[in-house]
Design a protein around this ligand. Structure first.
Ligand code: ZN
Length: 111
C-alpha cells in the first residue's frame, strides 16, 4: 500500500486493549496478551500497533471513535451483567465501577 495514514486508530478489540482490562483478563482467565506489532483497527484496516491508542483524546480516526464508543458501552453492559452472576470473580461493586469507567470512556470517544 505505501500510503501514509496520519490517523491514530483504535484496536478493533479496543476494550481488551486497555491495560487494566488486560490485567483483569490475565488474572481471571489466565490470558496473557502481548501487544502485537500490527493490529486490525475499529475501522477495519491494518496498521502498526504504534498507530493505535486506547486514549479517546489521541484517536483521530472518526470511524474508530464511533467503534470505540459502541464497544465501551456494550462492555459496560456486559460487565454489569456478569458481575452479578453466581461464581463471578468480580463483585457487583467492582462491576459497577468498571461499567462506569467504560461509560466514561465511551462518552469521551463520542465527544
Ligand atoms: Zn480507524
Amino acid at each position: 500500500m505505501g500510503e501514509i495514514d496520519p490517523h491514530i486508530h483504535v484496536e478493533r478489540s479496543v476494550v481488551r486493549a486497555s491495560a487494566a482490562v488486560r490485567d483483569v483478563l490475565a488474572s481471571a482467565f489466565g490470558l496473557v496478551a502481548d501487544p502485537p506489532s500490527r493490529v486490525t483497527t475499529g475501522c477495519g484496516i491494518e496498521v502498526p500497533y504504534a498507530m493505535t491508542s486506547p486514549r479517546p483524546e489521541s484517536v483521530t480516526c472518526l470511524a474508530c471513535r464511533e467503534h470505540a464508543h459502541r464497544e465501551h458501552l456494550s462492555f459496560a453492559d456486559q460487565v454489569e451483567r456478569l458481575s452479578g452472576m453466581a461464581g463471578s470473580t468480580v463483585t457487583s461493586e467492582q462491576g459497577a465501577a468498571a461499567a462506569k469507567h467504560h461509560r466514561d470512556l465511551a462518552a469521551r470517544f463520542a465527544a
